[in-house]
Design a protein around this ligand. Structure first.
Ligand SMILES: [Zn+2]
Length: 420
């Protein structure tokens, strides 16, 4: 809000008293609702918080409108939503729904090329639309497809494992299986309370459920990927994976830890021992610096810990988390090298890395994350010719200008897919 306070239920009551109103944070873990929406969802000041989520309240105990993580699900079950897009609707999709998916992917592929992105790990998405865009010759980036839900069930049933596909579209790790809340929205699961509160964040699952899911997917020969931000969630994930590896050992499994935001020495040791591949927020250091005061400098020294993880010999990769975070690799690299945000504030400067390292995290380590380091990630004879030409030498300009350097050419498979 302009005056720096948080949006609340009274603001949204003014928008409508007759219609439910929701405002979603771009991070995807928190939303704000008006009284009509709470009424329809049958939530009032007496309603207890469900496991892994909260109906936030003001100092008098009244609902303040903010709802976090698992508590949001009650709103999905009430009211009608007009939608032309049937998610993951496959071949049965109405023509308009598939057309919209094709148009959307065609557009975003063009954007990726414009920003110099040549490979993307896609969190789900419509497979028929992806194939159609490719058939139309409009696919400008390579896809590592991360399945969940019925696509993942189908992979397991059909015996499709990570790596199946070709150099343009292949099944990668699973999509993020959610273990805790969000970093930018301040709901990730911490072992200590958020500074100035007694709140420790949201754990979205139980250890038992997580163990069972990981065992099932690991057994099927599919690379695991969990969303784990806080130290509590990372511990739960590693515990579940250590158990699965003991039951069904597989070498080079590379369990992917999406976000892996707050680490400690013990977690780093276990990540290394499992040869896990963390994929950390990259653009956040620049883009979300105004949120870091909620954690404070002590915790920020262990957040997005590129320096610590690289020093431990861990193949840490870049994770834009688009659309919650911007995907521009130039902004990412600048933030990783400077740890300074748009507001000029620097947090956790002990985790700065060199430009060489930042480029490696955004290229070779990303390829390693999806078992593709033999064909991409560096300009090497025998690898796919995927590369970007920049207007200036990143090594000879001030580090706070990296995000503004123009991409003048993006090449995928030896073919120019963008020229600026
Ligand atoms: Zn996530």
């Amino acid at each position: 809000m302009k005056d720096g306070r948080q949006l609340n239920i009274r603001d949204l009551d003014q928008v409508s008293k007759d219609h439910p109103v929701a405002v979603h944070h771009r991070g995807g873990h928190t939303s704000f609702y008006n009284p009509k929406a709470f009424e329809m969802a049958d939530v009032n000041r007496q309603t207890p918080n469900p496991p892994g989520g909260t109906f936030d309240r003001d100092s008098t105990g009244a609902l303040n409108g903010r709802v976090t993580d698992n508590a949001k699900s009650v709103f999905y079950r009430v009211g009608n939503r007009q939608s032309q897009t049937i998610e993951n609707s496959g071949l049965d999709a109405a023509p308009t729904a598939l057309d919209r998916e094709v148009a959307g992917l065609t557009h975003i592929s063009k954007m990726f090329a414009r920003y110099g992105v040549t490979s993307v790990h896609h969190e789900g998405g419509n497979l028929p639309a992806m194939q159609k865009v490719r058939a139309n010759d409009d696919l400008k980036h390579r896809i590592s497809y991360e399945a969940s839900g019925k696509e993942l069930d189908a992979m397991i049933a059909a015996g499709i494992q990570s790596g199946f596909g070709d150099e343009w579209m292949r099944f990668g790790a699973t999509s993020e299986h959610v273990v805790d809340g969000s970093f930018s929205e301040r709901t990730m699961a911490l072992s200590v309370a958020y500074p100035g509160t007694n709140y420790k964040g949201n754990v979205a699952t139980t250890q038992g459920d997580l163990n069972a899911w990981i065992e099932k997917v690991h057994r099927a020969g599919i690379q695991i990927n969990c969303h784990a931000n806080g130290d509590v969630a990372i511990d739960m994930y590693l515990t579940a994976f250590e158990r699965a590896q003991k039951l069904f050992p597989r070498s080079d499994a590379r369990p992917k830890i999406t976000h892996c935001t707050l680490i400690n020495d013990d977690l780093v040791r276990r990540i290394k021992a499992l040869e896990a591949v963390p994929s950390l927020f990259t653009t956040y250091a620049y883009y979300n610096s105004d949120k870091f005061s909620f954690y404070g400098e002590d915790l920020m020294k262990r957040c997005m810990a590129f320096r610590t993880l690289l020093d431990a010999g861990i193949h840490v990769a870049a994770g834009s988390d688009f659309s919650p975070g911007p995907f521009d690799p130039r902004m990412a690299i600048q933030g990783m090298v400077t740890r300074t945000g748009w507001d000029g504030k620097t947090w956790g400067s002990n985790q700065k890395i060199s430009l060489d390292e930042a480029i490696r995290v955004n290229t070779l380590n990303g390829a390693y994350n999806s078992h593709e380091e033999d064909i991409k990630g560096s300009i090497t004879a025998g690898k796919l010719a995927d590369y970007v030409v920049m207007a200036e030498d990143l090594y000879s300009i001030p580090v706070d200008k990296i995000k503004d350097v123009k991409v003048i050419r993006t090449v995928v498979g030896g073919k120019t897919v963008y020229e600026g």
